[in-house]
Design a protein around this ligand. Sequence first.
Ligand SMILES: *Cc1c(COP(=O)(O)O)cnc(C)c1O
Length: 389
Amino acid sequence: MPLNIKAYLDYAATTPMAPEAVDAMQCYLTSSSNFANAASSQHSYGQNAASAIDNARLEMARGLRCNPKDIIFTSGATESNNLAINGFMLGYQNRGNHIVTSAYEHKSVLDCCRHLESQGIRVTYLRPDSDGLLTMDSILNALTDETALVSLMHVNNETGIMQDIGCIAHALESKGIAFHVDAAQSAGKVPIDLSLMPIDLLSLSAHKFHGPKGIGCLYVRNRKQAGLRPLLYGGGQEYGLRPGTLPTHQIVSMAAAFTLACARQEADAGHCRQLRQMLRTVLGGLDGVHWNGGQNDAIPNIVNVSFDGVGADALLIALRDSIAISSGSACNSGAIEPSNVLRAMGIEGDRLYGAVRISFGRYTTADEIEQAGQSICEAVIRLRKLASE
Ligand SMILES: *Cc1c(COP(=O)(O)O)cnc(C)c1O
């Protein structure tokens, strides 16, 4: 760990765990009565673990305002997205063979759709308008008699732009088309009330809201009637939809993190709005700054920005020992490919190749933002000077 590290501003890739979630987890690792297999129903050790999982399921359901029986624990949003899309299409082949999604979904949705295309399913990839939003018309126009499923993300992981999923859910319900939402970036950060929104499938991931990595869930409305096909076969856990010994410590910890995030939602969002304003003010002191993505339809903890004449790679290298920010999403940052989200929004050229994502959250301090903002300004000025020499 470099000693001059100033700030971790990559919360959209993953968040540090809340101390409350760490505490919750610790009780289920070694404690003599709590480590047992939740499926060992013949003894009280197993029953203890099972009841902890029941409670966690209730907590998740309370936060999402849904039936606890409709929550399936998975290893995270990647798995939830795969189970939702692949599992739904496998189980519903007779209902139509067309999926509508967007060009800017997370890889776990896009690659799942690509796989299904190779199996003969037709997929439409919608493009957003220049604000990064899908219009209701573009969604409705893409639907055909063959459309079985629409899969869209709630909050985009690179720009923070938020789609009105409630509105879309109502429109699709009236047409009898299933709706899957990837809520990995929004769960715990903005209200999601499943008692009011007729969403059929919803994915979330604990490590995006200060829970542990490797755990998430899929909400399946009316699970029993939904007819999803499992992707794995085994011991029958999670109603046979997701077999495998349940990780009690992960599940309990995710529930603690989610309950905390829901309780602190307004406070955390207010904090992030202040930090975003500070960051915009500091960076706004430079010339040639472009904010990528809607300002008002965006979640307050993600800022996407380009600086004229400065490539993202050069900027990240200049900052890498002191500030953690990213160009695009973590899963793609191994490759030098520019963001497909920004490209879909019609952003091109230097602005596309210069885009960086700065994301923060509950544990980010004003001091960190101030320092990071200054360092970014200095680096931009230095890089521009080098380029002009
Ligand atoms: C992080 C993320 C995922 C993947 O979640 P994992 O739990 O890491 O598999 C999926 N979709 C979006 C929008 C994300 O931000």
